[in-house]
Design a protein around this ligand. Sequence first.
Ligand code: PLP
Length: 425
Amino acid sequence: MTQGTGERLAIHGGTPVRSEPLLPGYPGGLLIGDAEKAAVMEVLESRSLFRHYGPRPLHKVSQFERAFAAAMGARHAVGVTSGTAALLTALAALGVGPGDEVIVPTYTWVATVNAVVHLGAVPVFVDIDDSLTMDPATLEAAITPCTRAILPVHMRGAGADMAPILEVAARHRLHVVEDAAQAVGGRYRGRRLGTLGAIGAYSLQYHKVITTGEGGMVVTDDPALWERAVRYHDQGSVRMEELDETIPVGNQLMIGINFRMSEITGAIGLVQLGRMDWIIERMRAHKTAILDGMRGLPGVTIRRVPDPDGDTGATLMFFLPTPDLARAFSAALTAEGIRATVAWDSGQHVYHHFDQIIERRMFAERHCAWECPYYRGCARLEKGMFPRTDDLLRRALHIDLHPLFSERDEFDIVRATRKVASALL
Ligand SMILES: Cc1ncc(COP(=O)(O)O)c(C=O)c1O
């Protein structure tokens, strides 16, 4: 790779590295093809779009659940309507409710926090570290008698450092719920993300590794949690025909909701699941090639990934020395034809931008989780209370990677990054 020294930046009127935009971050979405089309048509022709009955049910959701559980190495999976629904179902399965606290990282999509609050529980934030995921060292201080669960989030395609998180959770007898929405198929020390804690939640929304447009999955090895997840997502009921009858089902009465997955979603999900490992293999290969080309770039620090072998490769993230340089770098790279966003600017991914949570305005002013009569703690949340998070996210840039990138795309990312670095750093 040639160093771009001396080249005029596109942002200053120079020739951009490329004029065509890179493929956007829709890994599974842009691969939708004949197989998905045939799967949808098959369901439509059956006229049986509901998972539980119809003139000729194909049981696509049930097949997808079994295939997803097998792919993840979990005993059970429950298909739901979104990643948010998956989080709500996972938390409800654990019995999280009014008066409970759930520890969440300061950097996540707001859905993680919304799920906690919608169950009447209180999100307690902890800092992230240079992996841009929950810093395990901050957990101990956040635990109170009200803490019920720890909710690490596997951000931007890469897993949080699960070993120390699980160790703290075990010591305090807390549940771990994994938010694997952004890292479907990723791994940590050989195991799939989402299967290390008691229960895991995934999103199949369009921006995710594999997609059904909207959709989600819950996985667990625990039959009692599985039963509760099944009940919660289907109005408190368990429909026996969907269950593996070798597993004893109790009678855990609970109030549920409707997060049932449609057969069309199940059919698309089955096809996309078959693409998952190829998608991850390609994204990882692109990331490795790009990182090789960026190696040794002074002033550019690549995001630390706790288990690089388990990274899905969906995103390339790196830090600049200061927030001003990060902004300038992002603008210059984008002008070169490589869209790069400062993590801080991605809005509702950063606790600082969760105004509705900070002001404790949930559903209506009188129904705030923090005012719950059962809640005796004092969860404080203010902008600026996590200066390390603020600093990291103001200096972090991300670039989405796509499985269909060409060698030329890899080369252009490296060339543009080197060109901008040599001009700005
Ligand atoms: C970290 C995280 N958690 C949860 C969700 C919620 O998923 P969904 O959009 O499918 O409800 C998302 C997806 O946007 C996410 O990125």
